[in-house]
Design a protein around this ligand. Sequence first.
Ligand code: S3P
Length: 437
Amino acid sequence: MSGSTQHWTASRGRALRGTIRVPGDKSVSHRAVMLGALAEGTTRITGFLEGEDTRATARVFEQLGVRIETPSASERIVHGVGLHGLRPSASALDCGNAGTGMRLLAGVLAGQRFDSTLVGDASLSKRPMRRVIDPLSRMGARIDATGDGVPPLHVHGGQPLHGIEYTLPVASAQVKSALLLAGLYAKGTTRVREPHPTRDYTERMLQAFGWPIRFGPGEAELEGGHVLRATDVAVPADFSSAAFFLVAASVIPGSRLTLERVGMNPRRTGLLAALRLMGADIREENAGEQGGEPVADLRVSYAPLHGAVVPESLVPDMIDEFPALFVAAACATGTTTVSGAAELRVKESDRIATMAAGLRSLGVAIEETPDGAIILGGPLEGGRVDSHGDHRIAMSFAIAAQVAQAPVRIDDVANVATSFPGFVELASGVGFGLEPG
Ligand code: S3P
């Protein structure tokens, strides 16, 4: 997206206080648009994430002939066209910054009768797509990538698909979901196994839309040839957006903050376990359910953190939360060790390298390893850091600046709008020192 030179100046604010609700879940919002589009009937989505990533997915389906209404920022009404009702688009389909959008769409488009081209922004154009192209090709799809397997992707239509059994080499909900979505169009059974269970939103939502599917931790299987029936989707608040406030309130002395109705799918909440290992004080209250997903209010109070060895078993359940966890580690007493997280190198940026460079420039001792880092907590200095257009890196350094001894300039922050529109306003409102420009 444009505006890559946009920056923030972040500096010590006050203790965080108040009760806030973060925007809707990105993963659930993407899937709700996709399944709503492919369903028979009208799907009403509430709590939709009005972010650049999910808006890009909605725009792509509009280009494919789906009518989508926006009665308010957090609502969408998707007029489903059925599994075979999409129409070809004369122009390329732009997924923006969204890996989820592109990888899941590759699965959907592999099953169409027409050709499509998927493009993305500078970051997405560097991200690996072989991980979906290879197994989709085994199902009969024909997808051309560029160079060494990066976007743009050209997805050939009219290829009959058949189900396969596939064990994912790395835990990835995006790859699993791409195969299951292609499986809707395939003859026979598509069976996916994962080395570690990942978020199961696609499976749960397919079930909610009436598609017969069998799934459990680390496996899912379905047959082609059924029908998706429209249903309403209530999107919970995004745990990954709540994560920035969980860390911030844990490290800013005197903070006491409540985050309302946060999505608590166990495949997303690994950061809670990691922060608690480090001594954080986070309580879950008013546990309930929203749109078939567990939700709770999270009450977080400042607590002195100590370093910890983050268990590798937690990695898939907190894959998007490592930039924030690195900041918690920098503020903790002693050493924190992260391992088994090589996937961080192929996210919106190389999150190990980007966090290491930024923390080092704030005076933190951090050693990069191929699949993680060793971080020694200590006082943070002010300075200038580059988020490399990665939304989660930018927001993580905004937290670091709240405890730094001098202001921090954070460069290349425009992409925060991909997942967290309104972050600056919400964060400033509870006490962050954070100014655009
Ligand atoms: C997502 C899965 C994760 C995550 C991403 C969203 C999803 O990616 O990092 O932000 O919605 O399925 P991987 O499945 O590639 O690990």
